[in-house]
Write a protein that binds this ligand. Structure first.
Ligand code: CP
Length: 306
């Protein structure tokens, strides 16, 4: 019933569950010999990425193609943005060509909200600054539900650079809405002020956060956004906050280890953990296609094409 997907903050628990349930059906399409349905035939989707992306852009494009949409990727580095065109002017010019949806990633928080106000096209937030990354949180929840059959009551430890992370914000909103016991941990310089108001438990002790955890979600140290002395050194960060086999052993025996990517191996996560038996990191990537298919389908009205 909504025009856009701008953030998890706009979704009710029932709407989140609807996306996850729809993604179950969409995943089946990806397991067929011919991975294509006519659901979005005749619809045009523009992927407008102002920031680098491997997983999100690729999985949106695969999702759009599986639903038979006409897709178009705007390479910002080769567009008139370089000549000084504003975001709104770029969007209005794209919209003049009548796309149905625009999937946008932008370095500024709130950029997708601005676009949603000026565009008739449906806007999907593929990550805006340090604000939200809703489809990442949805695919994370889908992956957790797949392994644990529930989200309510699970202890989820989210560890890393909390301050700069849109993935943290979207996951905290989603996981608390569905009743998880969310712990967040990182150096005090990288903990956002007031995060406890979102119903999470905050600790600078990673060991406390992961004790008995059902899920450990690691966040990337965002070196490109660290303007200032947030950390003494990356080596010390790994010693104090990195996810090692010894730390994983404090969690439940059936813990799953998650990371949205891209990973800094040897900084926030040891390679033996990233590639180890508890890691579901590549499953998250695979599930991203089904979840993005579900989002596109539901925003298009939830009706199958001819
Ligand atoms: N998780 C995520 O957003 O990855 P990308 O930056 O590669 O899209």
């Amino acid at each position: 019933m909504k025009k856009d997907l701008l953030g998890i903050a706009d979704l009710t628990p029932a709407e989140i569950t609807l996306v996850l349930d729809t993604a179950e059906a969409m995943r089946e399409i990806g397991q067929r010999p011919i991975k294509k349905v006519p659901t979005l035939r005749g619809k045009t989707v523009v992927n407008l990425f102002y920031e680098a992306s491997t997983r999100t852009r690729t999985s949106f494009e695969i999702a759009e193609k599986r639903l038979s949409a006409d897709t178009l990727n705007i390479a910002v580095a080769a567009s008139s943005v370089l000549k000084g065109e504003t975001l709104v002017d770029t969007a209005l010019n794209i919209e003049a060509m009548a796309p149905d949806m625009i999937v946008m990633r932008h370095g500024s928080s709130g950029a997708c909200h601005l676009l949603a106000q000026v565009c008739k096209s449906r806007i999907i937030n593929a990550g805006d600054g340090m604000h939200e990354h809703p489809t990442q949180a949805l695919l994370d929840a889908f992956t957790i539900r797949e392994h644990k059959q529930r989200i309510e009551g699970l202890k989820v430890a989210i560890v890393g650079d909390l301050l700069h992370s849109r993935v943290l914000r979207s996951n905290v909103l989603l996981l608390t809405a569905l009743g998880a016991d969310v712990w967040v941990s990182g150096p005090s310089t990288l903990i956002p002020a007031g995060i406890d108001r979102y119903g999470v438990r905050v600790t600078t002790s990673v060991d406390e956060a992961v004790d008995g955890a059902d899920v450990i979600m690691m966040l990337r140290i965002q070196q490109e956004r660290l303007r200032g002395a947030f950390l003494p050194s990356l080596r010390e960060y790994f010693e104090l906050f990195g996810m090692t086999t010894a730390r994983v052993a404090r969690a439940r025996p059936d813990v799953i280890i998650m990371h949205p990517g891209p990973m800094n191996r040897g900084v926030e996560i040891a390679s033996e953990v990233a590639d180890g038996p508890y890691s579901v990191i590549l499953e998250q990537v695979a599930n991203g296609v089904a979840v993005r298919m579900a989002v596109l389908y539901l925003l298009a009205g939830g009706q199958d094409g001819d």
